[in-house]
Every structure is written in C-alpha cells, then in structure tokens.
Design a protein around this ligand. Structure first.
Ligand code: G
Ligand code: G
Ligand code: MN
Ligand code: NA
Length: 253
C-alpha cells in the first residue's frame, strides 16, 4: 500500500521515465527497433524493478494511465529518432493485461494515434504469452481489432506460458519473442534443442522471431544459425535513457 502510494506520487509528479533497448537484425546487426522499458527511481534513490511495481500498478488500475503515458512518450521519442536519420526504426511497448481488458481500449488506441500522429504499423505492442493465452477467446477478439487498427503485435516472454498451439496459430501475432531464460541456457545440448524448437515454431507459424537476453557471441551465432531474425540483449546494447540513446545512435556505425 505504501509502495503504491509512492508509485502514484512518482508517476503524478513525472518521476518515472523510459529506457530504450535497441533491437537488431541478426544478419546485418543494423538497429531495426527499440523497446521502451519503464524506470522508477524512488525518493531514496533506489531503482525499483518493473517486476515489483508493474504488478502493483496493474492491481490498482494505475497501469491504464501509466500505459498511455508510456505509449505517448515512446512515440514522441520515436518521432525524434526517426527524424534524426533513423527513419526505419519501430517502437515496442509492453502492454499489460489491464490495458488489454479495458473496455475502452480500442477507442483509446485510436484516439492516441490520432493525437500523436503516428502510423500504428510503427508501434509494436508486446504482450506476454501468459496474458495472451489466458482467456483466449476474449483476447483473440480484442487483439484482432487492435491488429485491424494497424498495430504490430508481439507475443513476449515466449516459452514461459503454456500456449495451446492451435490458439497461437489463430492469434494475430507478427512477432514471437523468445524468453531470455531459453537464450541463456542455449549452451547445453537440451537448451539448444529447446531454442531450436521455439525458433522453428515461430517460423512455422509465419512469425518474425526475436531472441531476448543475448549476452554472448556464442548465443548470437547459434541464434543466427537457427534462423532467428532479430536479437536484443546486453551483448549488443543495454536499455538506455533518451540522452544515452541519442549519443549511442550517433556513434553507431
Ligand atoms: O526493464 P526490465 O528488463 O527490468 O523489465 C522487466 C519487465 O517489466 C519486462 O518483462 C517488461 O515487460 C516489464 N515492463 C517494463 N516496462 C513496462 C511497461 O511500460 N509496461 C508494462 N506493462 N510492463 C513493462
Ligand atoms: O519485456 P521483457 O519482460 O522481456 O523485458 C526485458 C527485460 O530483460 C528488461 O528488463 C531488460 O532490462 C532485460 N534485459 C534485456 N537484455 C538483457 C540481457 O542481455 N540480459 C539480461 N539478463 N537481461 C536483459
Ligand atoms: Mn518486452
Ligand atoms: Na520479454
């Protein structure tokens, strides 16, 4: 309760900010997109991890306003980097269950793209597998409508939930993000097999496969060999503040 009050205060006084982690084409290692990640430094100067405060924001409903703020700010930053010469970049934002279930979500999304003047194709909503596959029928309906508006859709943290393959096949996802836990255990024979299976599954279903949490050259090489299309991870770039990102992009190639 105390933490929720602090979170609300921090949000209302503009203390939350976004970090951006680049996504790379696995073959060319060009930057192809960014993922916006919420950051909160509390009043004692301690970074509170999203895994701790996002669930609070979800339970209290604060996530709806917060999610809208994330999208607006991430899109504003996208406009900025695209106009600085990175005209092909897309922006991924994490989308929570409370946003997905909100009765006015479709109107809110349409209103938002009008207001911030963005092509929704440039915005990728990342939805965790666990959420997407819970209440499949309800989600299918709303995800299909979100897709109809033009947004890109990713199934995030894939492999940690229990997807029914028949539903996954029917869901309108463009991208499959392999959970970082699988990337990080891919140096064992069974770990490698699992990653291979997930990459193949994504390809079979016609999805673009993105591996998260790539920390070593060996993992990168393996993923390329397996046919994964994009990568994200500390090996290539960490999440960065707006200013850091601007500097980083300017010195990139
Ligand atoms: O940034 P970090 O690696 O600590 O993120 C941890 C988790 O928090 C990720 O799984 C991510 O999906 C989630 N997260 C980060 N930012 C947001 C956000 O803006 N909205 C939602 N719903 N989740 C977020
Ligand atoms: O949306 P998602 O829950 O997948 O968020 C990704 C999280 O993983 C973010 O909190 C980000 O900071 C973190 N992350 C990104 N790249 C790496 C990496 O290479 N290694 C590890 N351990 N974490 C990473
Ligand atoms: Mn994500
Ligand atoms: Na993820």
């Amino acid at each position: 309760v105390e933490m929720l009050r602090e979170l609300r205060e921090a949000f209302d006084s503009g203390k939350l900010y976004l970090a951006y982690q680049p996504k790379f084409d696995i073959k060319t290692l060009d930057v192809v997109g960014l993922e916006a990640l919420l950051r909160w430094e509390n009043k004692h100067g301690v970074m509170v991890p999203p895994q701790r405060f996002i669930p609070l924001a979800e339970k209290s409903g604060l996530i709806v306003r917060m999610g809208e703020w994330v999208m607006e700010n991430a899109i504003a930053e996208l406009h900025k980097v695209r106009s600085s010469g990175w005209n092909d970049l897309k922006m991924g934002v994490n989308f929570s269950v409370a946003q997905l279930r909100h009765p006015e979500i479709l109107d809110a999304l349409r209103e938002l793209i009008d207001r911030v003047q963005v092509d929704p194709n440039l915005v990728d909503l990342e939805i965790t597998e666990t959420i997407a596959m819970d209440d499949v029928k309800g989600n299918m309906e709303v995800l299909t409508r979100i897709k109809d508006i033009g947004f890109e859709l990713s199934v995030d943290d894939f492999g940690t939930g229990f997807s029914s393959l028949s539903y996954l096949q029917k869901m309108p996802f463009d991208n499959l993000k392999v959970d970082q836990s699988f990337v990080q255990t891919s140096d064992t024979p069974s770990g490698r097999k699992i990653v291979e299976m997930i990459v193949n599954l994504g390809q079979t279903l016609g999805m673009n496969v993105i591996a998260e949490g790539v920390e070593t050259r060996e993992q990168l090489d393996l993923l390329r060999e397996l046919g994964c299309q994009q990568v994200q991870g500390y090996l290539l770039a960490k999440p960065m503040s707006c200013d850091e990102l601007t500097t980083w992009l300017a010195s990139f190639k």
